[in-house]
Design a protein around this ligand. Structure first.
Ligand code: GLA
Length: 423
């Protein structure tokens, strides 16, 4: 082969390689810390009758109202930024000619570019639901099957920043091929979109190594419900699989235990603290689902607790784990910043009273532990703060000291242990 031809072939191979690299894996640079935001589903479900339920129906006004409140009620100032439309936003059929997806014309009369601009003008980001299969989970709209490129382009044209891709109606679809394929189409659009995959939830034996390569987030547990029972089941599911789940999460890739249900009807105050603390330990996305106009002040204060959000967003990005279970007590631990001068990291530690154990299932429990048993071995000790009341310094604790805490039923106490410098 003449030398010029050889150069051309090499150049072509080089360009091909660059192109393949840019569309093959995730590499979107997003979700370096877990995303914070709001999603409609658990609270607003699939209400489509805006005449009977004007405040609750899935419509542009719900998302505009929520965007307004995220800003005016101080949620955006502490980091909540994604406004995510879940299921039930679509027309039942694609556009007959272009085959594009269409938002329901009655409930989104000005289209999704209008809504997306509205959300962006508030300084927030726009998320949208879709399904990898034949239909969305609520049967209301067409799924992406057969239209990955078209739908990815449509999402990019709507300036979507976050895609939740569900996995209903997947007969004859291999999820291990489909989710990466849709992700490649998202990459090809050139618009960075957080890729949230429900992929493992629909599989018996998920391949997390593969999932991590293609998704920023992945749902690993059942749909969350507004109850302590549901929160504790999700925690237990994580606990059972934590060896595998913690291995793959880190900056850019996170386990998603589903939405924060704080601020609704059935999750009491103690359990609200519990969900928030454990989601922060897990390095989970903090995606609320509630009516921001009616969230009670004490729950709003929890949701806006900067110290706990700080644990969730910790730059080390190491997800925590449950290190101890006995009776009603669980201890969950996460390594966090800062380090001391000898490179010893801090710890966030949550003591849980799951409240299901004799002799007194529903009583507050006093629990004490020698700190070194939790791995806290910095000889000079740790300064401790209560993350729910972060202005209080609880003092200096050495590894051999006993730490005593009293935990309400279905509740949690949550502390940060920061190692002091060694001289
Ligand atoms: C599934 C998902 C939920 C929600 C609904 C919408 O159940 O797991 O999070 O998106 O579909 O129909």
């Amino acid at each position: 082969m003449p030398r010029e031809d050889c150069y051309s072939v090499l150049l072509a191979l080089f360009v091909l390689c660059i192109w393949l690299c840019s569309v093959a894996g995730l590499e979107n640079g997003l979700a370096r810390t877990p995303p914070l935001g709001w999603m409609a589903f658990e609270r607003f479900r699939c209400v489509t009758d805006c005449v009977k339920f004007p405040r609750d129906c899935i419509s542009e006004s719900l998302f505009m109202r929520t965007a307004d409140l995220l800003v005016s009620e101080g949620y955006s100032a502490v980091g909540y930024e994604y406004v995510i439309i879940d299921d039930c936003w679509m027309e039942r059929r694609r556009n007959e000619i272009t085959k594009e997806l269409m938002p329901d014309r009655e409930r989104f009369p000005r289209g999704l570019n209008f809504l997306s601009d509205y959300i962006h003008n508030k300084g927030l980001k726009f998320g949208l639901y879709h399904d990898i299969g034949e239909k969305t989970c609520m049967h209301l709209g067409p799924g992406a099957n057969g239209y990955y490129a078209k739908d990815a382009e449509t999402f990019a044209n709507w300036n979507v920043d976050y895609v939740k891709l569900d996995g209903c109606f997947i007969k004859n679809i291999n999820l291990d091929i489909a989710y990466p394929a849709f992700g490649r189409e998202l990459n090809k659009t050139g618009r960075p979109m957080v890729y949230s995959c429900s992929w493992p939830y629909y599989q018996k034996h998920p391949n997390y190594k593969l999932i991590k390569k293609h998704c920023n987030l992945w749902r690993f547990a059942d749909d969350i419900r507004d109850s302590f029972d549901s929160v504790s089941k999700t925690m237990f599911k994580y606990y059972k699989e934590q060896h595998n789940l913690t291995k793959h999460a880190g900056p850019g890739n996170w386990n998603d235990p589903d939405m924060l249900v704080l601020g609704n009807y059935r999750l009491g105050y103690e359990a609200s603290r519990l969900q928030l603390a454990i989601w922060a330990i897990l390095a989970a996305p903090l995606i609320m689902t509630n009516d921001l106009q009616t969230v009670r002040p004490e729950i709003k204060k929890l949701l806006q607790n900067r110290a706990i959000i700080g644990v969730d967003q910790d730059p080390l990005g190491i997800p925590g784990r449950c290190v101890y279970i006995a009776g009603s007590i669980q201890i969950w631990v996460r390594p966090v910043m800062p380090f001391n001068n000898m490179g010893v990291h801090s710890y966030a530690v949550a003591f849980v009273n799951i409240g299901n154990y004799e002799p007194c299932p529903l009583c507050p429990l006093t629990y004490e532990i020698v700190l070194e048993r939790l791995g806290l071995q910095n000889n000079m000790g740790y300064r401790v703060i209560d993350l729910f009341v972060p202005i209080q310094d609880l003092g200096l604790f050495k590894p051999k000291d006993k730490f005593i805490t009293r935990i309400n039923p279905s509740g949690v106490t949550f502390f940060k242990f920061t190692p002091v410098d060694i001289y």
